[in-house]
Design a protein around this ligand. Structure first.
Ligand code: F6P
Length: 319
């Protein structure tokens, strides 16, 4: 394989740039030509592509976002869009593609592989909701951002004897809420994977009020949502003044942590090596701190359970 391309797709995540850098530098070291594709699959269909070299990826290791921009492409899901992308690959001589993104991006990579363009997926999303891997690039930075934001919320919550209900991202997955809730000592964590009731939240708050606790932080996963209403109901039921905060896209930005840069480097390098070995339709993953790879079909059919033991621990000690 002499010519490959790299693209980022779906929601951006800190560490994507470090991963692009690893792909480009590894390919360069192996004498391959590398194209950067702008705005995910949209750029592939529209031939918004440029040749990258060792220097195009200089000084991006520490930058959040993605220098290749990102998009969620509806057109690419159509037969017409897919064929357009394949034509562009043929025209450019692109023989393999590294796709950095989430599950949706991997479905596109699988379909392109079926059309004869071998693709390798690299998990890049803050949500950690890709089942085949223990870790997704961007998670660590995002968690640290959430923790630092909620620490600020806690300061003011404490000063005013308030309850603050904080919504964190994660789409349908409660992973970010669970881990950040544990890390900030949230009084209650509400995630889609664990049934909850308002009564239980109130009961727990009333119990801790008797133990002289006067302020509360409650972390709620995006998949549950409704934090404004929840804060209102808590205030009505407990008499504790309650506010809500939706952290939003602040969670997606910022310079990647050391962990995200390291995982990005290892996965980017691994992906190029897979293409060189003539492999396609694979997803790179991390299992017990080791980089491995799976067939995309297999990867997309896997399931992953949240660690409810951690949930119980959080509830036991954040009182
Ligand atoms: O997948 C990453 C993520 O940030 C999710 O947590 C969130 O649900 C979604 O993307 C938000 O997407 P957008 O940036 O398109 O609003």
């Amino acid at each position: 394989m002499k010519t490959i391309a790299v693209l980022t797709s779906g929601g951006d995540a800190p560490g994507m740039n470090a991963c692009i850098r690893a792909v480009v530098r590894t390919a360069g070291a192996r004498g391959m030509k590398v194209y950067g594709v702008n705005r995910g699959y949209n750029g592939l269909m529209e031939d918004d592509i440029y040749e990258m070299n060792l220097r195009t990826v200089s000084d991006i290791i520490d930058r959040g976002g993605t220098i290749l921009y990102s998009a969620r492409s509806l057109k690419f899901k159509t037969e017409e869009g897919m064929n357009q992308a394949v034509e562009v690959c043929k025209k450019r001589g692109i023989e393999g593609i590294v796709v950095i993104g989430g599950d949706g991006s991997f479905r596109g990579a699988r379909d392109l592989s079926l059309k004869g363009i071998p693709c390798i997926g690299i998990p890049g999303t803050i949500d950690n909701d890709i089942c085949c891997t223990d870790y997704t690039i961007g998670l660590d930075t995002c968690l640290n951002t959430i923790v630092s934001m909620v620490d600020r919320v806690r300061d003011t919550s404490e000063s005013h004897d308030r309850c603050t209900v904080v919504e964190v991202m994660g789409r349908k997955a409660g992973y970010l809420a669970l881990e950040s809730g544990l890390a900030v000592g949230a009084s209650y964590i509400i995630i889609p994977e664990k049934p909850y009731s308002l009564e239980d939240v109130i009961k727990r708050m009333n119990y801790t009020l008797k133990l002289d606790k006067r302020h509360f932080v409650i972390v709620v996963a995006e998949g549950i949502g409704g934090v404004a209403n929840l804060a209102k109901r808590i205030e009505e039921e407990t008499g504790i003044e309650s506010k809500s905060v939706v952290l939003g896209h602040v969670q997606r930005g910022g310079s990647p942590s050391a962990k995200d840069r390291i995982v990005a480097a290892l996965m980017g390098n691994y992906a190029v090596n897979l293409l060189l070995e003539g492999k396609g339709n694979r997803v790179v993953a991390m299992k017990k701190d080791e980089i491995v790879d799976y067939d995309i079909y297999e990867a997309l059919s896997m399931t992953k359970d949240i660690n409810l033991n951690e949930y119980d621990i959080a509830m036991e000690i954040s009182i």
